[in-house]
Design a protein around this ligand. Structure first.
Ligand code: SAH
Ligand code: SF4
Ligand code: F3S
Length: 440
C-alpha cells in the first residue's frame, strides 16, 4: 500500500470532500496516514474564502516542494477552492506540483492518479462537474459519531464579497435516492449523527425542477430511517428558510432544533451592498418566527467586519443585532478582498486594515458576551446530548458532548461512551461550553 496524507483547510464541505478523496484513492492502493513525512502522495485541499486561507495553501506547498527535492518520487497535489480559482497559475507559483484538480474533478481521480504515477503533470480543472454515483466509492470518514453528507454543491447567490460561486460553481443538488442510500449506510455503520451540507442547504432541489424535492421533504425522509440518531443541516440562507422547512424541523423528532443562519451585517444598506436578499428587519422576523416555535433553539450566525464603505454607525448596527436577536454564537471575520468578486473591485471604499481589525475585535467581544448570556439561559435545564469523546481528568472520566442545539456540554459519567445519548442537567455555564450532571 502507498501512503496518502491530506491536509484539509476550509469549511465542512472541504472536510467532506477530503473523506471522499481518501475513499476513492483507497480503491487504487492508497491508505491514509496522519504522518506527513511518511506519505508517498501529499494533497492539500484548499480554501480561498479569505486571503489568509489562500496563503496557507501556498505555504504548505512550499514546505512540500523542499521535501520533494530530496525525494523526487514524492507526488504533490493541490485541490479545492484555491486550485479551482488559480488553475494553471498554481503551477507558475509551485512548478513541482504533480496534480492540480478542481472542486468539480474529484470523481476523475481514478484516471488522474494513474497518469501522475506515470510521471505526467496534470492540471484538471473543468467548469462543469464530473458527475457520478458517489455511493460507488468508499468514503473514509474521519469522525466516528458524526457523518457529513453533501446534498447540494455550489452557490447562485453571488454575495459581492464572496468567492464561493467562482470556486464551487452553480448550485447542483444530488438526487434524493442517492442521499437516502448514503444516509442508510451511515446509520448501518453505527454513526449517530448526520449533517446535511451545502453552501445553501435550503436551496436543495431547486435545480432538479420537481416541487416535491426540497430540504424539508429530505429531512422527513431521512427522519423515517430506523435507528437512534440525529440530523443537522448547514448552512441556511435567511430568506430561503420556508415555513415548510420550519414545520419539518418541528415534525421530525430526529432533526436538531438548531439553525445556522449567517446574517453578515446588521445594517440594511450594507446588506444590499453585499447583495444579500433580505433586510435587517426581514432577518429579525425569521429569527423571531423560529424562536417562537422552538423555545430551546440555538441560532448562530456569521458576520463580516469592515465591508467596503461600512461606517462606524453601520457597524454598530451589527453589534446591536447580536444583542437584540440574542444570537447564540457567531463566526466573525474582517473583510478580505477576493479576486473576481464585485466588492473586491470597490477599492476606493476599502477601509484601512487597523479599522477593520479594531471592529473585528469589538465584534468578537460582543460575540463572547452573547455566547455567555446564551449559555447562562440553559442553567437548570435538561438537554439531550450526544457524547463525542472522553477525557480523563484527575482520575475522573469527563464526557465531551454536544446538545441537540449544538452547545458543547461536559459532564462526568463512567457509564456512558462515545456515541451514546444522555440526558444532562446543566449546572454551570462558561463562554464556550456548558457543564452538567447526568440524570437517569
Ligand atoms: N454560504 C454561507 C457561507 C459561506 S462562506 C452563507 O451564505 O452565509 C462562510 C463565511 O465566510 C461567510 O458567511 C462570510 O461571513 C465569510 N466570508 C465570505 N467571504 C468573505 C470575505 N471576502 N471576507 C471575509 N469574510 C468572508
Ligand atoms: Fe458566498 Fe453568499 Fe453563496 Fe454564502 S450565499 S456561499 S456567502 S455567495
Ligand atoms: Fe473555503 Fe471553499 Fe469552503 S472557499 S469556505 S473551502 S467552499
Amino acid at each position: 500500500m502507498k501512503k496518502l496524507y491530506i491536509e484539509t483547510l476550509g469549511c465542512q464541505m472541504n472536510k467532506s470532500d477530503s473523506e471522499r478523496i481518501a475513499g476513492i484513492l483507497s480503491h487504487f492502493g492508497y491508505c491514509e496516514t496522519d504522518i506527513e513525512k511518511e506519505a508517498d502522495l501529499l494533497i492539500v485541499n484548499t480554501c480561498s474564502i479569505r486571503q489568509l486561507s489562500a496563503d496557507k495553501a501556498y505555504s504548505k506547498l512550499g514546505v512540500w516542494g523542499k521535501r520533494k527535492k530530496t525525494r523526487p518520487s514524492l507526488k504533490i497535489a493541490i485541490c479545492g477552492c484555491v486550485a479551482q480559482q488559480d488553475k494553471e497559475k498554481v503551477r507558475q507559483r509551485a512548478p513541482y506540483v504533480d496534480l492540480v484538480f478542481g472542486t468539480h474533478n474529484i470523481y476523475q481521480l481514478p484516471e488522474l492518479i494513474k497518469r501522475i504515477e506515470n510521471d505526467e503533470k496534470i492540471c484538471a480543472i473543468t467548469a462543469t462537474p464530473v458527475i457520478c454515483n458517489q455511493n460507488d466509492f468508499k468514503i473514509l470518514r474521519k469522525d466516528s459519531v458524526n457523518a457529513w453528507i453533501p446534498i447540494i454543491e455550489g452557490c447562485n447567490n453571488f454575495c459581492t464579497y464572496c468567492v464561493v460561486p467562482f470556486t464551487r460553481g452553480r448550485e447542483r443538488s444530488r438526487n434524493p435516492e442517492e442521499i437516502i442510500t448514503e444516509a442508510k449506510n451511515i446509520i448501518k455503520e453505527g454513526f449517530k449523527e448526520i449533517t446535511l451540507l451545502g453552501q445553501n442547504v435550503d436551496s436543495y432541489g431547486k435545480d432538479l425542477h420537481n416541487p416535491d424535492i426540497t430540504l424539508a421533504n429530505l429531512l422527513r425522509d431521512i427522519n423515517k430511517i430506523e435507528g437512534e440518531f440525529r440530523i443537522r443541516f448547514v448552512t441556511s440562507y435567511p430568506s430561503d428558510i420556508t415555513d415548510d422547512l420550519i414545520d419539518a424541523v418541528e415534525e421530525c423528532d430526529k432533526v436538531c432544533k438548531y439553525f445556522h443562519i449567517p446574517m453578515q451585517s446588521g445594517n440594511s444598506r450594507i446588506l444590499s451592498e453585499m447583495n444579500r436578499r433580505y433586510t435587517k428587519s426581514e432577518y429579525y422576523e425569521i429569527v423571531s418566527k423560529i424562536r417562537k416555535r422552538f423555545p430551546d433553539v440555538a441560532i448562530t450566525s456569521d458576520f463580516i467586519a469592515g465591508f467596503p464603505g461600512e461606517t462606524e454607525e453601520e457597524f454598530l448596527d451589527t453589534l446591536k443585532a447580536i444583542d437584540e436577536l440574542e444570537l447564540d454564537y457567531s463566526n466573525t471575520a474582517a473583510y478580505s478582498p477576493r479576486e473576481f468578486t464585485k466588492a473586491g473591485k470597490m477599492t476606493d471604499k476599502f477601509l484601512p486594515e487597523d479599522i477593520k481589525y479594531e471592529r473585528l475585535e469589538r465584534l468578537n467581544e460582543k460575540n463572547r458576551e452573547a455566547c455567555l448570556k446564551s449559555n447562562e439561559k440553559f442553567i437548570g435545564k435538561i438537554l439531550t446530548v450526544l457524547v463525542e469523546s472522553k477525557t480523563q481528568k484527575d482520575g475522573k472520566t469527563i464526557l465531551n458532548s454536544r446538545a441537540d442545539n449544538n452547545k458543547i456540554v461536559h459532564f462526568e459519567d463512567d457509564t456512558k461512551n462515545t456515541g451514546d445519548f444522555a440526558k444532562v442537567k446543566i449546572t454551570r455555564a462558561q463562554t464556550w461550553c456548558l457543564y452538567g450532571v447526568p440524570i437517569e
